[in-house]
Ligand binder design. Structure first.
Ligand code: NDP
Ligand code: 2IT
Length: 445
């Protein structure tokens, strides 16, 4: 048993060297739950802490493929099957050059608690590759996806491990991988989520993460008697999550003034309207261009190499990647009068930034709560596949709203402090209890 968080974290650090993002994710959870588990020592006696930070299994494999010139390329593929206490492993696949085991362990670890919060029966997992889809032809992306799935197919299954999309993996890549899985296994099952609508996908899954994040922001604001209406909102990223977060903000009467990609940010002080958003969706999803083209097209400001956090806003929705809000960005956001942050991305705020947000008592919805809508609708896609039926758009959207309300309620139940809801603490404790109890029930496995 450990005497302090520090003692525990020293061991975690020494056993997971060169995995700073994983250590960061563990630290946040352990800081949140420490007091709770001291008061409930049966978790300590069963050593749940040591067990929950160790993946049940991590698979690493070679992914050979040929580029359009006929040259052989090698990437590294991964699937981290982290925790199956409450359901089959579930979580996305990320294709990005920065992917390594530590990044996927942080994402898989977060996924355990996020999936638990959704109330659906899904364990935690994550996978991906250091493959960079940028600048690759359609044929190259397909060759890579087919090779990746050729190996991955031995490890996954509709009741074992159900991957989905994440950075660099959208509908196109899910399609190529689903086709290859079906060809190898000769079975049409819900082994992946985020599928196309006419081959087993769910309505609202593409929208779910962005919509869910905005529903969560609205829930936090409503709890304070406020709403998104007429608020100025900055969003980072311009991919799947950012696009649909923008769409929902517009629908609820907010004004989104920025989006970004890894090259820089745009600032449109008049706000991105539906027509401009559709132009961005075409730019990003079909033409696969850069966000700087928006500034040229609509004659707005482009900040090369900058994130959007210096732009004055009421609400910020980081929807790009991990550690994109640093302590100084947090200070600037607070100084500029920002009242709420809801994380569409996974762990976009670093430890120092989270400390600033909590200290200043502004509304801060951590990723594992605020972006759980995506995996929640993946869970609903699995249910529809299992029942061989399709729910309507409204049915899925209403279930998504209900799930986000429920996550908000769980956060307030476990995160209530005097005149303040600590959503980080609430999400971590609520997510932990369900998984830890299931682990206790299932014995030392
Ligand atoms: P996409 O690949 O669709 O979009 C990612 C966006 O983030 C792009 O605009 C990309 O810019 C930008 N980005 C990626 N990496 C970096 C980086 N290192 N620095 C700066 N910008 C970067 O991914 P998603 O929208 O699906 O995912 C965004 C975030 O949301 C991720 O953190 C993901 O884990 C999280 N998430 C996604 C869910 C989903 O259902 N898709 C569910 C829950 C969370 P560029 O094109 O230049 O690389
Ligand atoms: O981080 C995430 O929750 C996702 N990328 C979605 C996972 C899923 O299985 O839908």
């Amino acid at each position: 048993m450990y005497n302090s968080v520090n003692e525990f974290m020293e061991k975690v650090s020494s056993k997971n060297t060169a995995q700073p993002e994983f250590i960061q994710a563990v630290q946040e959870v352990v800081d949140s739950i420490w007091e709770y588990i001291q008061d409930n020592p049966h978790y300590l006696y069963a050593n749940i802490l040591d067990r929950i930070i160790e993946p049940e299994r991590a698979i690493i494999f070679r992914v050979p493929w040929r580029n359009d010139k006929g040259e052989v390329q090698i990437n590294r593929g991964y699937r981290v099957e982290f925790n199956s206490a409450i359901g089959p492993y579930k979580g996305g696949l990320r294709f990005h050059p920065s992917v390594n085991l530590g990044i996927l362990k942080f994402l898989g670890f977060e996924q355990i608690f996020k999936n638990s919060l959704t109330t659906l029966p899904m364990g935690g997992g994550k996978g991906g590759s250091d493959f960079d889809p940028k600048g690759k032809s359609e044929n190259e992306v397909m060759s890579f996806c087919q090779s990746f799935m050729t190996e991955l197919s031995r490890h996954i299954g509709a009741t074992t491990d159900i991957p989905a999309g994440d950075i660099g993996v959208g509908g196109r890549e899910i399609g190529f991988m689903f086709g290859q899985y079906k060809r190898i296994q000769n079975e049409f099952t819900g082994v992946l989520t985020g599928k196309g609508l006419n081959w087993g996908g769910s309505l609202i899954r593409p929208e779910a993460t962005g919509y869910g994040c905005v529903y969560f922001a609205e829930n936090m604001l409503n709890a304070k008697g406020d709403s998104l209406k007429n608020k100025t909102i900055t969003i980072s990223g311009s991919g799947n999550v950012a696009q649909f977060a923008t769409e929902k903000c517009i629908e609820l009467g907010g004004k989104v003034v920025s989006l970004s990609d890894s090259s820089g940010s745009i600032y449109d002080k008049n706000g991105i309207n539906t027509e401009k958003l559709h132009w961005i969706m075409d730019l990003k999803n079909n033409r696969r261009g850069r966000i700087s083209e928006y500034a040229e097209k609509f004659d707005t400001i482009y900040k090369n190499g900058e994130r959007p956090w210096s732009i004055k806003c009421d609400i910020a929705l980081p929807c790009a990647t991990q550690n994109e809000i640093e302590e100084n960005d947090a200070k600037i956001l607070i100084q500029n009068g920002c009242i709420a942050i809801a994380e569409g991305a996974n762990m976009p705020s670093n430890t120092g930034a989270i400390e600033k947000f909590i200290e200043s008592k502004i509304l801060f919805g951590p990723g594992k709560a605020a972006n759980a809508g995506g995996v929640a609708v993946s869970g609903l896609e699995m249910s529809q596949n299992a029942m061989r039926i399709n729910w309507s758009r409204d049915e899925v959207d209403n279930k998504l709203k209900e799930i986000m309300n429920n996550i908000h309620r769980q956060c307030t139940e476990y995160g209530n402090e005097e005149n303040f809801t600590n959503y980080v603490k609430g999400a971590n404790i609520a997510g932990f209890i369900k998984v830890a109890d299931a682990m206790l029930d299932q014995g030392v496995v």
